[in-house]
Every structure is written in structure tokens, then in C-alpha cells.
Design a protein around this ligand. Structure first.
Ligand code: HEM
Ligand code: HEM
Length: 179
């Protein structure tokens, strides 16, 4: 079982990162929507802490994913012409949102003036100065990025299922490495 990616193959490392991050991001989206709908209180504060810790973990994993893909580039989509370019652009946009969403959340949390903690222990350096307007703007951006990510992930998932049903082995390749 290859660890590295090949021209037509997703290696084990890329597949583990893809599915691990998919699980993490779907949990983060659900948890984020839950906390945004709640009134903040002492008894629910830990949910904010959990969301921040998982969100910063997702950002760290994303950096590892990018570094790994620079070392071992993943295979391109199994499509030709403009469809291949379109799918590639979709994947690039998913990457951009996977970076922008946690950074906006981190900046919004910094602007609130409250320490951002990792695992309730380590203080993460603030990205911006405390300021109410900037807190508001960063959290609006965080919401827009996160909801766009959610919409694009749903389409991504449905497209992968459709292409698998059409018989090009797209999903099999992400599950087992080869189509
Ligand atoms: C990829 C990672 C992340 C995803 C997918 C994500 C997703 C979300 C979503 C969907 C919401 C609800 C937005 C709304 O309806 O207003 C939310 C809220 C929130 N997120 Fe994140 N988040 C991520 C990372 C982070 C990080 C790293 C932090 C801080 C260090 C953070 C802090 C917050 C806070 C404090 C809220 C509540 C905002 C409010 O009450 O209006 N998030 N997140
Ligand atoms: C938050 C959730 C997800 C994100 C952010 C995401 C992101 C990505 C990205 C960026 C790629 C390009 C290859 C890479 O860089 O790893 C990819 C490939 C792929 N994803 Fe996802 N994914 C998610 C969830 C899912 C789910 C739930 C499925 C299940 C149907 C899925 C199926 C696939 C398949 C089959 C490929 C290979 C596509 C190809 O060969 O053209 N993904 N995903």
C-alpha cells in the first residue's frame, strides 16, 4: 500500500488526511452552527473552547496537507478539458476556504479581547488587537466563509457520488487509492 501519491493514485497519507479532515470539518460546521444559535453562558463556554481547539487543529492539519501535497502531488481529477479545470478550481476554492475560515475565527476571537486557548491550556497569540468593530467584521467573515464551505462541500460530495455511479471510480480512488 503506497504512502505517497502516484500519477493515478491517492497514497495512504493523502487519503487519511482527506477523510480525517472531512470528519473534523463536518463536526466543526455542526458545532459552529450550534454555538452561534446559543446564548453564551458559563455552562456552555466549554463548547466555544472545544470549537476553537478543533478549528485550530483543522488549520494545523491543513498546513500539513499543503506541505505533503508539495512533496507528493495528488493525482488530478479524472476528467478532461474544461471539466477537469472546473473540478481543480473547485478543489482550490475548498483549500482557500479551509484556510480563511479558521483564520477569520481566530482573528474574531482575538478581537474579542479574550485569550484564545488551545485544549484549555495553551494561550494562542492574538492575530489582531481587541476591538468591537473588528470582532464583528471577522465573525461575519467567519460565518460567510464557513457557510460557503458547507455549501461547496455538499456539492463536492454529491458530485463525487454521481461520478462514482457513472463508473469512473472517483470515490473508490479516494477510498482505496486506485480506481
Ligand atoms: C475550519 C475551521 C472552522 C469551521 C468550519 C468553523 C465553523 C463555524 C460555523 C459554521 C460557525 C457558525 C457561524 C454563524 O452561523 O454565525 C462558527 C462560529 C464560531 N466560530 Fe468557528 N469554525 C472554524 C474555526 C474556528 C476557529 C479556529 C475559531 C477560533 C479560534 C472559531 C471561533 C468561532 C466562534 C467564537 C464562533 C461563534 C461566533 C458567534 O457566536 O457569532 N472557529 N464557526
Ligand atoms: C469537509 C469535507 C471535505 C473537504 C473540505 C474535501 C476536500 C477535498 C479536496 C480539496 C480534494 C482534492 C484532493 C485533495 O487535495 O485531497 C478532495 C478530493 C475528493 N473528495 Fe473530498 N472533501 C470533503 C469531504 C468529502 C466527502 C464527504 C466525500 C464523499 C463522497 C469526498 C470525496 C472526495 C473524492 C472522491 C475526491 C477525489 C476527487 C477526484 O479524484 O477528482 N470528500 N476533497
Amino acid at each position: 500500500m503506497a504512502l505517497r501519491n502516484g500519477p493515478d493514485e491517492f497514497g495512504l497519507i493523502s487519503r487519511l488526511i482527506h477523510w480525517g479532515m472531512a470528519l473534523l470539518l463536518i463536526s466543526l460546521l455542526a458545532l459552529g452552527l450550534r454555538i452561534a444559535a446559543m446564548e453564551p453562558s458559563l455552562s456552555t463556554l466549554w463548547l466555544y473552547g472545544l470549537h476553537k481547539t478543533l478549528g485550530l487543529t483543522a488549520l494545523a492539519l491543513l498546513l500539513l496537507r499543503v506541505i505533503w501535497h508539495l512533496i507528493s502531488p495528488p493525482p488530478g481529477p479524472q476528467a478532461t478539458g474544461w471539466m477537469r479545470l472546473f473540478i481543480k478550481a473547485w478543489h482550490w476554492t475548498l483549500y482557500a476556504l479551509m484556510i480563511a475560515t479558521p483564520i477569520a475565527g481566530w482573528a474574531g476571537s482575538s478581537a474579542s479581547g479574550i485569550d484564545t486557548l488551545y485544549a484549555e491550556t495553551f494561550v494562542i497569540p492574538p492575530l489582531v488587537e481587541p476591538n468591537e468593530t473588528s470582532e464583528f467584521v471577522w465573525f461575519i467573515l467567519h460565518e460567510i466563509f464557513a457557510k460557503t464551505l458547507l455549501g461547496m462541500v455538499i456539492v463536492h460530495m454529491l458530485a463525487a457520488l454521481k461520478r462514482e455511479m457513472d463508473g469512473d471510480g472517483t470515490l473508490t480512488r479516494m477510498l482505496r487509492g486506485r480506481a
